[in-house]
Design a protein around this ligand. Structure first.
Ligand code: ZN
Length: 277
């Protein structure tokens, strides 16, 4: 499932394969962009903003700067192939766009929110996002833990599980990292944000986990990338907790399913928590 680290990796693959190259042929297979032709446009580079991909282009005319936006959601992907190489892995009917340069064919599968906008209007697509967990602190929208905490605190009644998934609070976390961060901090997913004692530590850990997974395709929070050992609670309903042996639970919080250990992440009121130790 694409989370911020996967999208960051995808941006890096596209950037390395396409940056500096001129597009020879483009083929959009979505109705809204069916007539768009990017031939002779040059790829300036590709970056991620949270879970959004921004492929930046310059046109053959003076001062033409455009951005091709895409979002992977649950099932989207970009793949890069050599010119004569077969397009493996995904069925052709999922193709939404093909970009060809002299040396590379980039194929976008099942992309969402595909849009071409003037680069100066990128903010209309990503301006709502909270600080990007994988964004450079020097960039607009880059990582800013204080701002992330401020945004989370603005709605103290919300469950922490829902608040962490809201990309307007901080951008890049998906369901896996949400569940794992809450386990590692011992926080029940239904805890209201206002009752989370150390939000700074939650935000810091989310940042650390995504940074650690940047640059690899297997997502792991346990220190092991071996199959079946990658997570503490995510995807492990009914299996014993790796720390205490209690069976991991699974339920929906808000619109999304989540996983937790009822012993390591007890549901309790904050005043009880204070006396329980
Ligand atoms: Zn446990």
């Amino acid at each position: 499932m694409p989370e911020g680290d996967t999208v960051w990796n995808t941006a890096r693959v596209l950037d390395r394969a396409l940056a500096g190259s001129v597009i020879r042929h483009s083929d959009f297979r979505v109705p809204a962009l069916a007539t768009v032709d990017l031939a002779k446009w040059r790829v300036r580079g590709c970056v991620s903003r949270g879970k959004h991909l921004l492929l930046r282009l310059s046109g053959p005319g003076d001062g033409q700067l455009a951005t091709l936006h895409s979002h992977l959601r649950m099932d989207g992907a970009w793949r890069v192939f050599g010119p004569g190489e077969p397009w493996r892995g995904r069925p052709a009917h999922e193709i939404r766009v093909v970009l060809r340069t002299l040396t590379t064919v980039a194929v976008g599968y099942h992309l969402h929110d595909l849009a071409l906008v003037p680069t100066e209007q990128e903010q209309t697509l990503v301006g709502h996002l909270g600080p990007d967990l994988l964004g450079s602190p020097d960039e607009v929208g880059g990582w800013d833990p204080d701002e992330a905490v401020r945004r989370l605190r603005a709605r103290p009644e919300r469950t922490i599980a829902e608040a962490l998934l809201d990309q307007r609070n901080l951008a890049g976390i998906g369901n896996l990292y949400k569940a794992e961060v809450l386990f590692l901090r011992g926080i029940h997913p239904r805890t209201p944000v206002g009752d989370v004692a150390d939000l700074e530590a939650v935000v810091e850990l989310a940042h650390k986990l995504l940074m650690a997974n940047r640059g690899r395709w297997t997502q792991a929070t346990t220190g092991s990338v071996r199959r079946g050992e990658e997570s503490y609670v995510y995807g492990r309903a009914g299996a014993p907790c790796r720390r205490c042996g209690t069976l991991i639970e699974r339920d929906s919080v808000g619109e999304r399913v989540t996983f937790w250990c009822p012993s390591c992440q007890p549901a309790r009121a904050p005043q009880q928590a204070a006396t329980a130790a």
